[in-house]
Unconditional design. Sequence first.
Length: 64
Amino acid sequence: MLEPALQTIVDRLCEDGCTAVNDYIKQIERGEYPALMRDLNPQQGQQVLAELLSIMAVYTRRSK
């Protein structure tokens, strides 16, 4: 479970929809954080990335 501040970031990123979240994931994997994440340290960034990947995995499984 994420700390509340990181969960808030995840929630706000997810508000932008699946397509945007997939784009955010690609950005984060390249080390380019979206504006909401710019104050995070690398460990926190990885935690947000892991949560976004987990969330999107649910949609991937449903679409198959």
